[in-house]
Design a binder for this molecule. Structure first.
Ligand code: 0T9
Length: 376
C-alpha cells in the first residue's frame, strides 16, 4: 500500500488507537472521513443477487447432486463482490453507514425477475435480514447477518453471525433446502491506511438431501500463498466420503481437482474474474422511494461524503440519528415497541436447527427472519 497523505496520517493514527479499546460492535465507531463509504450496510445483501444467472441456474440441476454443485458455484461467485468490491473501486475497504432500525433496501434485476427485500431488523446489536427471490425459477434465498468484531495487534477479526436458507421448489412440488453459513473475515492493511478483507477458517453449505460443501479459506502467507484462496469439498454428509474437490481463488478461477465424481479433473468450475458475471441491482430513483428506504433516508449524508463536504455529512448523520433516538423514546412513552414492516422473526427456527445439526460445527444463533407474505 502507498503512504497516506500527511493530512490523513494523524487522524488515521488516532483512529487505530481508538480501535484498540473497542470490542464487540464496531458500528458506532467514528472513523476518519476518507474511510467512509457513501452507502449503508443494508445494501450489502444485493451482492447475493449479482451473479443472477448462476442463481437462476440452480433450478436447472436435474439431480440433487447437480443442484448442490450449482448452489456451491453461486455461493462462491458472490464472494468477490461481497469482499473485494469496495477495495477494487476505491483502493480500500470503506466504512458503511450503520443502518437505522426498520431501514429498507429494495431492489431487483431483469425487470423484476429477481427481487430483493432487505430490512434492518435490529439496531442493538445491528442485524440485517434479506429475502432474494426468483419466482419463475422457484428459488428463495433468505437470511440474516450481524457481525461480532474483535481487534488484535495487527488486524480486525470479524465473525459473521447469521445464516441463510436457500429453498428450491422442485417440479415434484417438494422443496429442497440448503443452509448457508458465513465465513469469518480479517481486515488487514490497517497500518498502511488501506484496509482490505481476507476470509479465514471455514464455512458450510448443508443440504436437506444430505450433501455438504465445506469451504476452507486461506490467503497470502498461508499454505497456498495466494490471497483469496479456497479449497472446497463436497461430501456425502459432514465427514462422509468426498465426491468433489474444488480449488482456486474466489476472485479468479476455481477448478475441479481430485476427486471429481464426474471425471472433470482440471476443468474450470467457474471463473469469478469477469465483472460481466455480476450485475448491479436496480433501485428506484430516490424520489420514488418510501421514507424508510436506505438511499432516500441517507441521501444528505451520502451526498456530503461524495462531494467531500464532511461537515454537512456529519450534520445530516446526527440529525438522522437524533430523530431515531426520539422515535424510540416516543414509542416507549406510548408503551409501544417498534414493529418490523417487512419481516417476521422466527425465534429458534426449527428448520435452521435441523440442518445445523447435520454439521459437526454447530453455529450458535438460531433465529431466522421470514419475509411477511404481505411484502412478498
Ligand atoms: C455482510 C460483508 C459484511 C456485511 C461487512 C466488517 C464490515 C461490515 C460488515 C460482513 C456482507 O454480506 C459481507 C462484507 C464486508 C464487511 C465490512 C468490512 C468492514 O471493514 C466493515 C467494518 C464494520 C468497518 O467498516 C470497519 C472500518 C474499516 C473500513 C477500517 C478499519
Amino acid at each position: 500500500g502507498t503512504a497516506l497523505p500527511p493530512a490523513q496520517k494523524s487522524s488515521w493514527g488516532s483512529f487505530l488507537k481508538s480501535l484498540a479499546s473497542f470490542s464487540g460492535d464496531l458500528s458506532g465507531l467514528t472513523a476518519p472521513s476518507f474511510i467512509l463509504a457513501p452507502f449503508s450496510l443494508t445494501e450489502f445483501p444485493s451482492y447475493w443477487g449479482e451473479p443472477k444467472d448462476f442463481f437462476a441456474a440452480i433450478a436447472d440441476g436435474k439431480t440433487a447432486e447437480e443442484r448442490h454443485l450449482l448452489v456451491t458455484r453461486w455461493f462462491l461467485s458472490t464472494l468477490s463482490g461481497q469482499f473485494t468490491r469496495r477495495e477494487k473501486e476505491t483502493g480500500s475497504e470503506k466504512k458503511p453507514f450503520n443502518p437505522f432500525l426498520g431501514e429498507q433496501f429494495l431492489g431487483s434485476w431483469d425487470n423484476g425477475e429477481l427481487v430483493l427485500h432487505v430490512e434492518q431488523v435490529s439496531h442493538h446489536p445491528p442485524i440485517t435480514a434479506y429475502h432474494l427471490e426468483n419466482k419463475k425459477k422457484g428459488i428463495v434465498y433468505e437470511g440474516n447477518c450481524a457481525q461480532k468484531t474483535s481487534f488484535s495487534a495487527r488486524q480486525i477479526s470479524v465473525k459473521q453471525v447469521g445464516h441463510g436458507l436457500l429453498r428450491v421448489k422442485l417440479p415434484s412440488g417438494e422443496t429442497e433446502t440448503y443452509l448457508i453459513t458465513l465465513p469469518k473475515l480479517k481486515i488487514e492493511g490497517l497500518w498502511t491506511g488501506r484496509p482490505y478483507v481476507e476470509l479465514t477458517e471455514t464455512s458450510y453449505i448443508q443440504a436437506s438431501h444430505g450433501l455438504t460443501s465445506t469451504i476452507k479459506y486461506s490467503g497470502a502467507g498461508w499454505v497456498s500463498g495466494t490471497s483469496h484462496s479456497h479449497s472446497t469439498t463436497v461430501t456425502s454428509g459432514a465427514g462422509g466420503p468426498t465426491l468433489y474437490t474444488l480449488t482456486g481463488t474466489w476472485t479468479g478461477e476455481t477448478k475441479y481437482a481430485k476427486p471429481s465424481r464426474d471425471g472433470k479433473e482440471g476443468q474450470v468450475f467457474f471463473d469469478a474474474s469477469s465483472d460481466a458475471m455480476r450485475t448491479r441491482v436496480d433501485v428506484k430513483p430516490v424520489e420514488e422511494q418510501n421514507e424508510f428506504e436506505s438511499r432516500r433516508a441517507w441521501k444528505a449524508v451520502a451526498d456530503g461524503i461524495r462531494s467531500g463536504d464532511y461537515d454537512s455529512a456529519s450534520q445530516a448523520k446526527s440529525a438522522l440519528e437524533n430523530a431515531e433516538r426520539q422515535r424510540r423514546k416516543d414509542e416507549q412513552a406510548r408503551g409501544e415497541t417498534f414493529q418490523l414492516r417487512l419481516f417476521d422473526k422466527r425465534p429458534n427456527d426449527p428448520e435452521y436447527k435441523q440442518l445445523a445439526h447435520a454439521l459437526k460445527f454447530k453455529p450458535e444463533e438460531e433465529d431466522s427472519w421470514v419475509l411477511k407474505t404481505s411484502a412478498a
